[in-house]
Design a protein around this ligand. Structure first.
Ligand SMILES: [Zn+2]
Length: 463
């Protein structure tokens, strides 16, 4: 209830700041409803339909057919939209702006409302994808239309990319980058599906820009033995004991603290917003060398720990074949989130060293895709600082490195620096993406729509 009240107060206070006409709002709402009601859960294969629906919107607004491409791939079940808003070229190489069309599954029985019926209630829009990430699709499509209608002529091409499987394989963006590089090649990219504003008790406290993602990797630790009758145990040969001992070593281990440009900026700016011990500890880890007591306290909070170091954790176990037989095999799955600058080979070597048992094999299950941090250059941060100061006065920008991974990973890997600037303000204690009753604050939505409108204009007006 408090959240709803706080949201209502915020909505009243902020309504005057967005420059949206009633027609803009009407269009945004209509497109949002249309997209939420196309169920794009991966198993249904509806992303081609969603891509076509959005293409239709752009064509109706006057974008030439040659510049609005629905690309089915990498297989027939996945659809992507790539649309180019042509610029004069005087402002530099193109900018990619992207979102994803697919959503994670949502069951009607789990929700208090129908996840695939767009609904406005108590100052929120409800529906699967309202925050992750149909909001991004709507913002990009509607802002392209608004700019076109206003006769805006960009100084560089703006390339809108909506992908079909961010929530599962990420194969769509990987395919686009390889097979249609000419269509998506850009100087840098702006991601609607990362970063975002933070609300605390209904107040806007920070505007985050995601400039880095940790690298995802999965390893298997395996041991084998000839087995035998369980009435005749040979403890030294038991694969379960051997893998268990290796996991115990892993559980006791912490990778070293290592800060990069993005995590350093994150702790510096967060320290200015936080108070007390937490703020002191953030300053403590920035010292050279970092203050050990501060490191210990921050490491106890999973959110901060994930920003300080690489993490590896056991996530699955499989072993044995009968309750009365000695096990012939044991296998543990270990999922790692590697700091962007750290070589994955070193992490694998650490797992081997921790196992401390040459009869345990360590192998790669998911090969890490390197994703270098995107530099926080003045050309990017300057305009963002100005835009945030204009629309959300007094709200600091905080660069972040995320522990999760998005489509941005594949663009960074392809040499296209990528910045997550969702601009949607949310309360971190009420994040419903992937969960039940997903919703977005109505005013948060319109504010983000307006922010992107101004941001596209700003980046594509430079000479
Ligand atoms: Zn997403």
């Amino acid at each position: 209830m408090t959240v709803v009240l706080a949201g209502a107060v915020l909505a009243t206070g902020a309504a005057a700041q967005d420059g949206l006409s009633p027609a803009d709002r009407g269009l945004a709402r209509e497109v949002f409803k249309q997209l939420i009601e196309i169920n794009t859960t991966d198993s249904l294969g509806n992303t081609p339909r969603a891509a076509r629906a959005m293409a239709q919107r752009l064509l109706a607004a006057g974008f030439p057919a040659a510049d609005v491409r629905v690309l089915i791939g990498p297989d027939s079940a996945h659809g992507n939209l790539v649309a180019r808003y042509r610029g004069t070229g005087t402002g530099g190489r193109p900018i990619v702006v992207f979102a994803h069309l697919d959503v994670v599954p949502a069951r009607r029985t789990d929700w208090s409302v129908d996840p695939f019926t767009f609904l406005e209630k108590d100052g929120y829009f409800y529906g699967r994808g309202t925050t992750d990430d149909k909001v991004g699709d709507v913002i990009l499509v509607v802002d392209f239309i608004r700019l076109k209608r206003a006769g805006f002529r960009p100084t560089r091409d703006l390339i809108l990319v909506l992908t079909g499987d961010e929530e599962t394989a990420g194969s769509c963006i990987a395919w686009l980058v390889v097979k249609h590089r000419d269509l998506v090649d850009a100087e840098f990219a702006l991601n609607t599906d990362a970063g975002g504003g933070v609300l605390r008790d209904g107040r806007r406290v920070m505007f985050t820009v995601q400039a880095s993602e940790k690298v995802y990797a999965t390893y298997a630790l395996e041991a084998a033995d000839k087995g035998g009758h369980s009435s005749l145990p040979r403890p030294g040969d038991n694969p379960i004991y051997r893998v268990a001992a290796a996991l115990q070593h892993l559980s006791d281990y912490q990778f070293p603290v290592q800060l990069n440009e993005v995590s350093r900026a994150f702790f510096e700016r967060s320290a200015a917003i936080e108070t007390g011990q937490l703020a002191d500890d953030m300053r403590g880890v920035l010292k050279d060398p970092p203050d050990p007591a501060a490191v210990t306290r921050l490491s106890a909070v999973p959110f901060y720990n994930s920003k300080l170091r690489t993490t590896c954790v056991a996530t699955m176990l499989a072993a044995g074949h009968a309750e009365n037989a000695l096990p012939q095999a044991a296998r543990a799955t270990v999922n790692c989130r590697i700091l962007p600058g750290e070589p994955p080979a070193g992490v694998e070597a650490t797992l081997r060293r921790l196992a401390a048992d040459d009869r345990i094999t360590v192998s790669t299950v998911y090969t890490p895709i390197p994703s270098p941090p995107s530099p926080l250059t003045p050309a990017i941060m300057g305009p963002l600082e100005r835009l945030v100061a204009d629309q959300f006065p007094g709200v600091p920008i905080v660069p972040v490195m995320e522990a999760g991974a998005t489509d941005g990973l594949f663009l960074r890997n392809a040499g296209i620096p990528t910045y997550g600037v969702s601009a949607v303000f949310e309360d971190p204690n009420d994040i419903r993406a992937h969960g039940r009753d997903e919703r977005i604050g109505v005013q948060s939505f319109y504010d983000a729509l307006e922010f992107w409108h101004r941001m596209l204009r700003a980046f594509a007006s430079q000479q």
